[in-house]
Write a protein that binds this ligand. Structure first.
Ligand code: TXA
Ligand code: MG
Length: 321
């Protein structure tokens, strides 16, 4: 059985991690499925519980930048970004230190490691008590919608993991921005909770994965991802009778089922509600016999980049995951 833990049970959560157990915990972005990153078997259990392709590397979470930089080699840009955005929804890809004890499986055998310091007090406390790197992908079955509440985690993984530490809903709601700092120009591998504009204001031009002579993007960026059970149609200008509507601003007329991302078109609010919306429309839509989710257009700026990235993946033809 999966234990339901509250913030009072942090010591229990840390003990389960130490024993090689899988513990889902809330971060400011989404719930992560945590394991001791230095314990290969525990990391293998993450891939098994998620049904995740083993080539997809995991992010290591730390309680502080100083802790993270004991495992990877920072450069001045990394230090600057850590100073500005940590704790927060930014993941940095940096070279592993030679003596880095993180399991090769967690890094999928790559010479680099993705590290981040989450801005969630309960998560930070857990990381501090645990005292080492915690590998944590989003706590969902591979290819499914990322969880932004403990209930979402349990819907996907109950009985498959040791515990879920419930710290309430995730305020950011989309995953961290993944930035590769191992090459000459910083490269955006995944848009996320820190906007491209905010990064560029800090460090100047950032390349986008695929845009330059940089074919390697985040290995986890499979096209079909974040997929609800119902198919998704993008940039909807009207709703059909058999469609549920994911609204942004004034809802299109005629939908039987509407989930409002943000009535006043606030992108931060929309990001925070995105996965909840897909979960709700999926469950309710199926109950009402609807066959598709129609998503209204979201502007391609600020957090809109991350929202559109997730929606595009949710709408992509399903492939083997
Ligand atoms: O907000 C988040 O980042 C959440 C919470 C739990 O922290 N975690 C998360 O993890 O979204 P996950 O595993 O679903 O996504 C990690 C992304 C994948 O696209 C993966 O390919 C990429 O980061 N990644 C991890 N390590 C990498 C590396 N060494 N080089 C390039 N990309 C890497
Ligand atoms: Mg994920």
């Amino acid at each position: 059985m999966t234990e339901r833990l509250t913030p009072e049970d942090i010591a229990r959560a840390a003990a389960l991690l130490r024993a090689g157990g899988l513990v889902a915990f809330g971060t400011e972005t989404v719930y992560g499925l945590g394991a001791d990153a230095c314990n290969g078997e525990a990391v293998a259990a993450i891939y098994a519980a998620k049904g995740r392709p083993s080539f997809n590397p995991l992010i290591c979470h730390f309680a502080s930048a100083a802790a993270a930089f004991q495992y990877v080699v920072p450069n001045p840009l990394a230090e600057k970004l850590a100073q500005k955005f940590w704790p927060g929804p930014l993941t940095l890809v940096l070279p592993r230190r030679e003596d880095c004890p993180v399991s090769q499986l967690a890094g999928a055998g790559l010479p680099t490691l993705a590290v981040r310091v989450p801005a969630q007090p309960v998560a930070l406390q857990l990381l501090k008590i645990f005292g080492g790197p915690v590998a944590a992908p989003s706590a969902n079955r591979s290819g499914r919608i990322s969880p932004t509440s403990a209930a979402h985690v349990l819907a996907d993984l109950d009985g498959r993991i040791a515990a879920v530490l419930d710290s309430g809903p995730c305020p950011v709601g989309v995953e961290s921005t993944v930035l590769d700092l191992t090459g000459g120009t910083p490269c955006l591998l995944r848009p996320g909770g820190v906007s491209l504009e905010a990064l560029e204001a800090e460090i100047g031009p950032v390349a986008q994965a695929g845009a330059v002579d940089r074919p390697v993007s985040a290995p986890g960026m499979l096209l079909s991802h974040y997929a609800p059970a119902l198919p998704v149609r993008l940039n909807a200008g009207e709703v059909a009778a058999d469609e549920a509507l994911l609204a942004f601003g004034e809802p299109l007329a005629g939908a039987k089922l509407v989930f409002q991302l943000s009535a006043h078109k606030n992108l931060a609010e929309a990001a925070a509600r995105l996965f909840e919306g897909l979960h709700v429309l999926d469950a309710e839509g199926a109950r009402l016999g609807l066959r598709r989710i129609a998503a209204m257009c979201v502007p391609e700026q600020g957090l809109g980049l991350a929202i559109n990235d997730r929606l595009t993946r949710a709408a992509a033809p399903r492939n083997e995951l």
